[in-house]
Design a protein around this ligand. Structure first.
Ligand SMILES: Cc1ncc(C[n+]2csc(CCOP(=O)(O)OP(=O)(O)O)c2C)c(N)n1
Ligand SMILES: [Mg+2]
Length: 426
């Protein structure tokens, strides 16, 4: 059984109940209980090198990545299509052309993301949060949404933005520091990036409650991370969406890390199981399997549209790169962990499937490569051409009708600017 229903069930062995265990226990993706941090450290410490010890619990997070009874998977890492009675129906009519489309989405998103990372290194952006490794989770779920659905992202949802039709160059303005957002959220029903961790789940819940009151049959989807799951905002969103039966999907990308904190420090149980306590279903999907992410998100959105309320989807994936360009992951995790996830690369897996099913030929891949190059060029040129904002623009969108404090701050800033008037060359 993959879906956590709200029906009463046999109690699970409670976390940390095993005699003599000093650490919490959680069920991993293989469906077996694993002992987290404290005991994991003890058992691995013997052979661990200093670097491995520094990675600490990270070793445990990297260990449990094979498909198990809890993980919904439709494509194996080798690209083999596996049957799933519950979710096959949601992708049963997918055409080879659509499969190629998903592949193209992932390749172009990765290319855009790599370009943005390079642009940050070249000083063109102040910061970048890479989605490397999370392409399937984002493209699968993003392509499951309908035009009239509304999406509330974090700051890493570049693939979802792509699916919503937001021009990728628009994502870069905020990271360059030339605007406060970069796109009209209502243009594509894709809210602005949200940096305050977890807060967008509340925005999404409130919005979804409004959708229900309007009697619309659209749905709302909120993206957040494993670390965000510890935020009070997320807990409140779960409570409110449940009791108001709001048409919202909570899409948690469990990329195993919240900056330097491993997921197992956020929770004693797999994250998807949290939903049960709030009275709605939770499901864990292979976040590196674009087809499974598409199917599971379609199912969850359908529930929302049918008036069945919220769903929690935990996309089990991995952040292949640094948290942001300001982060150095070698300080808290080892290479082996990344290598184990490289073998499950979301793009490679779909490519293997396309090739073994004869759904794509060399010409397709070559054309896509050329398209990627062109996208990279377009993004570079667009960023370099972004004009600096008017220095006073920052004061314009704080309040609709002006505010005394903002007026005061504007005046202070004007005086500060004026103080440079006699400095040569300024
Ligand atoms: C309320 C709040 N607390 C702390 C931070 C600093 N912060 C930025 S990203 C981050 C980690 C988030 O991890 P996760 O939710 O797993 O998302 P990921 O970055 O892995 O996608 C933290 C703590 C913040 N932006 N907002
Ligand atoms: Mg995370």
């Amino acid at each position: 059984m993959t879906v956590e229903s709200t029906a009463p069930r046999k109690p699970r062995r409670s976390a940390g109940s095993k005699a003599g265990s000093t650490g919490a226990e959680a069920t991993d993706a293989t469906g077996t209980q694993r002992t987290t941090r404290t005991t994991a450290k003890k058992t691995t410490a013997k052979k661990a090198t200093p670097a491995k010890r520094a990675a600490g619990a990270g070793k445990a997070t990297g260990a449990a990545q094979t498909a198990g009874p809890e993980l919904v998977q439709l494509l194996t890492p080798e690209g083999e299509r596996v049957k799933n009675a519950e979710y096959d129906g949601y992708v049963a009519d997918i055409t080879p052309e659509e499969l190629r489309g998903l592949y193209r989405d992932m390749v172009l998103t990765r290319r855009f993301d790599a370009e943005a990372t390079s642009l940050q290194r070249q000083g063109e952006l102040g910061l970048w949060a890479s989605l490397l490794g999370q392409e399937a989770a984002q493209i699968g779920s993003g392509r499951a949404t309908r035009e009239d659905d509304y999406v509330f992202p974090t700051y890493r949802e570049h693939g979802v933005a792509w699916c919503r039709g937001v021009d990728p160059t628009n994502l870069l303005g905020m990271f360059r520091g030339v605007n406060n957002g970069g796109w009209d959220p209502n243009g594509n029903n894709f809210h602005l990036y949200t940096i305050v961790i977890g807060s967008q789940t509340l925005h999404a819940t409130g919005y979804a409650m409004g959708v229900a009151k309007d009697g619309a049959d659209s749905a709302v989807i909120a993206y957040f991370g494993d670390g965000a799951s510890s935020q009070g905002d997320v807990a409140e969103s779960f409570t409110f969406s449940a009791v108001y039966n709001a048409p919202v999907v909570f899409f948690c990308q469990n990329n195993q890390w919240a900056i330097s904190e491993p997921t197992e420090k956020q929770t004693r149980v797999p994250l998807y199981q949290r939903a049960q306590g709030y009275g709605f279903p939770g499901v864990r999907v292979d976040g590196n399997d674009v087809l499974a992410c598409l199917a599971v998100t379609k199912w969850a959105l359908e529930r929302a549209r049918n008036g069945e309320g919220p769903t929690l989807v935990e996309a089990y994936t991995y952040r292949m790169g640094a948290h942001t360009t300001s982060d150095d992951p070698t300080r808290y995790r080892g290479d082996e962990e990344r290598q184990s996830w490289e073998a499950k690369d979301p793009i490679l897996r779909l490519r293997r499937h396309l090739e073994s099913s004869n759904h794509a030929d060399e010409g397709f891949f070559a054309e896509l490569e050329a398209e990627s190059e062109a996208l990279g060029r377009r993004v570079r040129e667009a960023v370099r051409a972004m004009p600096d904002p008017d220095h006073f623009a920052i004061f314009e969108n704080v309040y609709a009708d002006g505010h005394a404090l903002v007026d005061e701050e504007r005046a202070q800033f004007a005086a500060y600017q004026a103080s440079f008037a006699d400095v040569e060359g300024v």
